[in-house]
Design a protein around this ligand. Structure first.
Ligand code: FAD
Length: 401
């Protein structure tokens, strides 16, 4: 009998962790990995690349470091469509790829919420090219001030005050004094505005911790506009609603971090999804297509405690990957699959290199200790998707300053 073929789409947190798990098993199956790039990137550190505190190289490693070519065939290509009926995947360059079991881990894209001008006039942080473009744009504006004397070159608007935004602002405000020296602009004239629709900032943290983070950023010069939904992004300005009025903040750098949705491949392939996320079965398979597993940011898993889907995080993608490996083995052996269960290990949000807030095991941490925890989480995930070698090369061991 021909070997069953398992195809994994995406080599982010979820997909690469599945590959690592499958490589350890002695399954009688052909394994194929498809990914756009020849490298894995730590999406949780894209804000550092966008602000410029680290080069993209710091958060990337070659897939060859993990993928064992004797066990896995790697195809570098872009997935265009999943054809559920024919059990094939259409690729941008290569021929259609058939599968018996499919693991979809294609991650996230920026969500514009159909607000006019977002795509044309703002910069998002969703992968290495977009984060690098954001950094280059920012530095070009700051450098341009020397000749233009246009104050808007020194004005940065950050749309949204979620995790990505706060972490980006932390890095940016840490780095600005260095950039001011490099490009010769007056630091005191830099204007940073963060615009958020909700009334409450960092609602996933207790108020004391979120206030700590916000106050830190305020003392570093960030102005927060809260309860002010964004209505339009113009070239060089963000238009938002304040009460009954529309107001504008002029800025030549506009960063868009208001939210993400699952890969557009999901809806383009006709899956029943909300914002690119499929509500999966308990064993992480897709209802009506139980040969397909969806994990990470393309999946939605209900938290029975509050009857709402868990937020999409690397933490949950990694945990889902481990369940998928067990369930693929079960399916190959005609055994029953397991239900996925998740308990959050906690939440840590950085506000620059040596500052963070954290809630772990019901305990609260802030400042330097929380930043050490953040680095510990990054190092752990490098081991989970990478290797000891990757950890040694890319890990964060700069605890002592
Ligand atoms: P990803 O890690 O996004 O991987 C998807 C992979 O698929 C990528 O390699 C991509 O190149 C590839 N791909 C995409 N489309 C295609 C295609 N069409 N064809 C082929 N390949 C494709 N989560 C946390 O748990 N903790 C945090 O502190 C945290 N901080 C974050 C900070 C930032 C700035 C951001 C942006 C996110 C953060 N997250 C955090 C969320 C976390 O990064 C995501 O939830 C996580 O990356 C999802 O993992 P994934 O495996 O679903 O997808």
């Amino acid at each position: 009998m021909a070997k069953k073929k398992i195809v994994v789409l995406g080599a982010g947190y979820g997909g690469l962790r599945v590959i690592k798990g499958l490589q350890k098993k002695h399954l009688d199956a052909e394994i194929v990995l498809v990914n756009k790039n020849s490298y894995h990137y730590e999406a949780t550190y894209l804000h550092e690349v966008a602000a410029g505190t680290h080069d993209s190289d710091k958060i990337c490693f070659d897939l060859k470091q993990v993928v064992n070519e004797k066990k896995v065939t790697f195809i570098q290509d872009t997935v265009e469509k999943i054809n559920k009926d024919s059990k094939t995947v259409s690729l941008q360059k290569g021929n259609d790829l058939s599968y018996d079991y499919l693991v979809v881990a294609l991650g996230f894209e920026s969500e514009s919420f159909n607000i006019p001008g977002v795509e044309e006039n703002s910069l998002c942080l969703v992968d290495i090219p977009t984060a690098t473009a954001a950094r280059k744009h920012l530095e070009a504006q700051l450098a341009n001030y020397a000749t233009s004397k246009d104050v808007n070159d020194l004005s940065i608007a950050v749309c949204g005050a979620g995790f990505t935004s706060i972490e980006y602002l932390g890095e940016l405000t840490n780095l600005l004094p260095k950039l001011a020296k490099k490009y010769g602009f007056p630091l005191e004239q830099v204007k940073i505005t963060c615009i958020e629709a909700m009334d409450k900032l960092l609602p996933m943290f207790p108020e004391k911790l979120s206030n700590y983070a916000i106050d830190k950023l305020k003392t570093r010069g960030v102005t927060f506009c809260v309860g002010t939904p964004i209505k339009e992004i113009k070239s060089g300005a963000v238009v938002y609603q304040k009460g009954e009025q529309l107001e504008e903040v002029a800025a030549n750098t506009i960063i868009w971090t208001t939210g993400v949705k699952g890969s557009s491949v999901i809806e383009g392939s006709g899956f029943d999804a909300r914002r690119g996320r499929v509500m999966v079965n308990e064993d992480l398979t897709v209802p009506s297509n139980e040969e397909i597993f969806m994990i990470g940011d393309v999946s939605a898993v209900m938290n029975k405690e509050n009857n709402r889907p868990y937020p999409t995080t690397a933490q949950i993608a990694l945990k889902q990957a481990d369940t998928v490996v067990v369930n693929l083995e079960a399916k190959l052996n005609n055994k029953a699959t397991q239900a996925f269960s998740f308990t959050s290990a906690g939440t840590v949000c950085s506000i620059g290199d040596n500052e963070a807030i954290a809630e772990v095991g019901g305990k609260h941490f802030k400042g330097y200790l929380a930043s050490v925890m953040k680095k510990g989480v990054a190092d752990k995930s490098l081991l989970q998707v990478g290797s000891a070698n990757v950890l040694l090369k890319k890990g964060r061991f700069d605890f002592y300053h």
